[in-house]
Design a protein around this ligand. Sequence first.
Ligand code: FES
Length: 331
Amino acid sequence: MTAPRPSRPAWVPAAALLPLRLFFGATFLYAGLDKLFDPAFLDPSSPASIYAQLGNFARYSPLSALIRLSEPYAAPIGVAIAVAEIGVGIGALSGLAFRLAAAGGAALSLLFWLAASWSTHPYYFGQDLPYAAGWIVLALAGHDNLMVLRRLPGLRKTVPIGPEPAAALLSRRAVLETAVLAVTSVVVASATLPIRLLGGLAGGVGSPSPSPRVSPPPGEGLAIARIDDLIEQASLSFRVPFDAPSPLPAGDPGVIVRLPDGRFVAYDALCPHQGCPVAWDAADQVLLCPCHGATFDAGDGGRALGGPTIQSLAVLPITIDPATGTISLAG
Ligand code: FES
């Protein structure tokens, strides 16, 4: 006769999922609040804004046509995404409309994957697919199966069986929880506005940070620098006026580099991975993205050298006036 196998306490699987739930909930709540607190997020002139992000996503995403259509509505879309992230985070942490919140987290993560991480190579460098997989696990597990305290030995002897996922989503309680979660999310999101205003007045949270800008010197074409500007330093960041006809998409930062062989080259400085501005790294003689470490060969058409993208930087054609030393973007 074989000895009975020891059974695992019922709360162990639930406890195992708790770190995932806490991390995902806190991260999505933070991500939503961070967007609403960030003065650059809704500032059309900032390369970190939702306007610039949509423009960058549209270049590589399979949803490009949809993203282009949505660009005029960038601000409400950005706010809606932030509020949705807050709702997902609160739902995951509190258990309100838990399955719906987790399903929303999965949907948002898949959307971010298609829009933002699509160009990440190899795919496992991207963060959105793992988030989507984790949210799907939580949506399938449901809140009832995660009530760790109800399952601790001595607190409750019997474990209630939660409703089937479909029934749980449609019950009267679920509808009520969804309404409470939606109202709570909007209230929390709205609370960021007065805090931002107060922070802005005090020069703290919400005060806009100055963005580097080169005043184009006068001359033919769209002047971006002079050769003299690039004697002491090997590179210069620049922006162009929004209404100026330019090969640089509106709002994108540009970077011009004096190469060791004396040539000048210019690029759209937005990293093709997720849109951080790249900068010249004098030590390694590459254009380096500070966000996830992508590097690009400035002397070889902005070719990706390493990091989570294989896309090159966009080359900006330039002309140099030998008489004045003015470097201009060619039309
Ligand atoms: Fe990720 Fe540049 S934004 S490497």
